[in-house]
Design a protein around this ligand. Sequence first.
Ligand code: CTP
Ligand code: CA
Length: 227
Amino acid sequence: EHFFFRGDALKGKKVLITAGPTQELIDPVRFISNHSSGKMGYALAEAFYMHGADVHVVTGPVNLPHSNNGIRFSKVVSANEMYNAAVDAFKDADIAVMSAAVADYTPAEVAEEKIKKNDGELVIRLLKTKDILKSLGQLKKPGQLLVGFALETNNERENALQKLNSKNADLIVLNSLRDTNAGFGYDTNNVTVFDKEGNVFESGLVSKQQVAEDIVNIIIKKLYDKA
Ligand code: CTP
Ligand code: CA
């Protein structure tokens, strides 16, 4: 048998995590979404909990169990719903980690009835969604720590560092889709974490649980260094 004891390094700290994909309705039976499984965000929630934090996950639709009764889950569907829930929860959060794969665009209008096919093309006009990470970066107060993810297929480091700065995050976790077995849907991941001071951490190809543990430890170290 294995026993796990909850640590207290993050006792009293409120952590907000966004996780999973969002779904943007086209009509009553169709939506636009992406391949996010939510595994990384849920692993982070578990890791923060195991270090004593008070964890609130704002989650898009995923097929994962809510394994832990000590973790609060708020279910949302669309990017706009996720934005509202995250902005609200950020008010009293000490740490926020944006691991959700939020849709960048949403249909300009949702058809009330199922769209019927016809002989021509179908054009769906898409509007940009609000950037949750960027918005929290603008709302951020001293003492709040904000962590973003970056999903890249090219110019990875440059794009990740650009996101770190433009969204006013304190840390950015680069998810490279180049590695086989890493990222969307897989149980393993390979990330590079950048902070504003120029420190770089590489996880190597490990389980998402291990990546989560590494990220939480980087955050704990940051909090203790500041104190
Ligand atoms: N993000 C967000 N709200 C959005 C879009 C993205 O909070 N509407 C967050 C993601 O959760 C992630 C970070 O921003 O933490 C980067 O997401 P990513 O999709 O990699 O970057 P984008 O800024 O959306 O740019 P692009 O997709 O064009 O690379
Ligand atoms: Ca995006």
